[in-house]
Ligand binder design. Structure first.
Ligand code: ADP
Length: 244
């Protein structure tokens, strides 16, 4: 259906905090299968925009994912509609194994401990996710022992098994080594083959290599949009970045 192959369509999005308007009338179209990067100076409204899409803050306007209106729904309902999100600090269950984390995210959480004892093999979607995120050889390791980058991949894997079709990732390569960035870029390319991915990211080198399209936010508004080359050549973008 439209919702399953959904793109994101935002119209007139507005978020205010005590009279301060953090997102000030944003229109945004992210077609299904895009790997979109969201950039802009600190305070531009990037996180608040993602918060509004995922139901964490109240907003006005409209946000469609596929044919579903997301505004006005609560966080859990929006997640169940296939919208997944990561934060800058990975939220994994440190005392559980990598496979158990994925199993829980896949919906087997209620009885994973019984299943884990009885089961000889992992569910197919968990095996597939382990492979996609490059942690197959870490399946039995405690998530708490993973390197920072690996935790980010596990979190993305948890979104994959939960069948998120729209992934909103907040600075996924912050603090990563060069090799980890490469692997993350490759992972995002794979994931966006059949999902829509929106990434908040500051790392211009990473952007140049992996962004399909870029939206530049400034003062709660869309300042510029296009390919990396197009937004970099945009005088308004140069002014905002050099002016700081
Ligand atoms: P970005 O992610 O682009 O750095 P944010 O969306 O975090 O920007 O913030 C946009 C603006 O909204 C900032 O000026 C920030 O201080 C303000 N803001 C964000 N969240 C809140 C909040 N909960 N209460 C008040 N102001 C907020």
């Amino acid at each position: 259906t439209d919702a399953q192959s959904g793109g994101l369509r935002v119209r007139g999005l507005r978020v205010s905090f005590d009279g301060f308007t953090a997102v000030d009338g944003v229109d945004l179209d992210v077609p299904a299968g895009d790997l979109r990067f969201l950039i802009g100076p600190n305070g531009a409204g990037k996180t608040t925009l993602v918060d509004a899409v995922t139901g964490l803050v109240r907003a006005t306007g409209s946000v469609h994912f596929g044919d579903r209106e997301l505004l006005g729904r609560d966080v859990h309902r929006i997640a169940r509609l296939g919208v997944g999100r990561t934060f800058q600090t990975a939220a994994v269950f440190e005392e559980l194994t990598v496979a158990q984390n994925l199993d829980i995210a896949a919906g087997a959480g209620r009885s994973w401990w019984t299943l884990a004892r009885r089961r000889r093999r992992l569910p197919d979607e968990v095996v597939a996710a382990l492979d996609t995120i490059g942690l197959a050889d870490r399946a039995d390791h405690l998530a708490g022992t993973l390197a920072h980058g690996q935790k980010q991949w596990l979190e993305i894997g948890m979104l994959l098994v939960s069948d998120a079709r729209l992934l909103l990732l907040d600075e996924p390569v912050a603090g990563m080594s060069h090799d980890e960035r490469d692997a993350t870029g490759a992972l995002l390319e794979t994931v966006s083959r059949d999902r829509t991915v929106v990434v908040i990211e500051h790392d211009m080198d990473f952007l140049r290599r992996f962004a399909r399209t870029v939206t530049v936010l400034h003062a709660g508004r869309v300042l510029s949009e296009g390919t990396v080359a197009q937004v970099q050549a945009d005088p308004r973008v140069q002014e905002v970045y050099l002016g700081h």
